[in-house]
Design a protein around this ligand. Structure first.
Ligand SMILES: *Cc1c(COP(=O)(O)O)cnc(C)c1O
Length: 229
């Protein structure tokens, strides 16, 4: 077995253990492999081990790597801060955008999604811990944005994403994730058909799964350390 396969198996067993503790089914949690600042050859290797969904944070870097990988069937997720002047490129090159946090970006993605491509899957990013410098809409802005996204052509709202504050303890991480789960449930109670709660990374995926995550975004624990920016 190669190192990436071992890493993937380790992440899968961590998810399985957390699911057992939470009384959940492991099939209900997807892994997004976060490949920012990893070479396209590493993505190819992990794809050969069965991993299909990959997440990227930087548009230019992602587009260059995608060019090396056109022969592979990969589901690309954009998860980085999204500037308005990059939305057209993102709408063309990604199947998912998980970092949408304002109406202007929703409008641009909707009008720029090429006609010949399927609807763009959207997650709204929530600044769940109300941090000053953090991307993401505040929790109280989410219902309005979700309503807007639901009515836009070319977009399919799938759910919510968050990067909670670096937690001082497991209990603190669990609290942020639980707040996300409540917000997710609130939208579902309003009748929205959402299936994706994207939360949990290398360091805290167990707490995220306990709180109801359906997609963990794992970089370091799958690929190893990233090359410096
Ligand atoms: C980098 C990144 C990750 C992965 O972080 P790791 O700690 O390396 O697992 C997940 N989500 C987002 C939005 C990221 O930017």
């Amino acid at each position: 077995m190669n190192d990436l396969n071992v890493n993937l198996e380790n992440v899968n067993s961590r998810i399985a253990r957390a699911c057992k503790k939470a009384g959940r089914r492991a099939e209900d949690i997807r892994i997004l492999a976060v490949s920012k600042r990893q070479a396209s050859s590493r993505i190819r290797e992990l794809r050969a081990n069965g991993q299909k969904a990959f997440g990227e944070n930087y548009v230019q870097e992602a587009v260059l790597k995608q060019r090396d990988l056109t022969d592979l069937e990969i589901e690309w997720h954009f998860i980085g801060p999204l500037q308005s002047n990059k939305t057209a490129l993102v709408a063309r090159h990604f199947q998912w955008v998980q970092s949408v946090d304002r109406a202007n970006v929703l409008q641009r993605l909707s009008s720029q999604k090429p006609e010949n491509l399927p609807d763009l899957n959207i997650c709204l990013q929530v600044n769940i811990d109300r941090e000053q410098q953090k991307s993401g809409a505040l929790p109280e802005e989410i219902p309005g944005l979700a309503q807007l996204a639901t009515n836009m052509r070319g977009l399919r709202l799938r759910g919510l994403m968050a990067i909670p504050r670096a937690a001082a303890s497991e209990g603190e991480a669990l609290q942020s994730f639980t707040n996300m789960y409540r917000l997710f449930q609130q939208l579902q109670a309003e009748g929205m058909k959402l299936d994706t709660l994207s939360m949990g990374m290398s360091a805290d995926l167990e707490q995220a799964v306990l709180a109801g995550s359906t997609m963990v975004r794992v970089g370091t624990d799958l690929f190893g350390p990233r090359t410096p920016a």
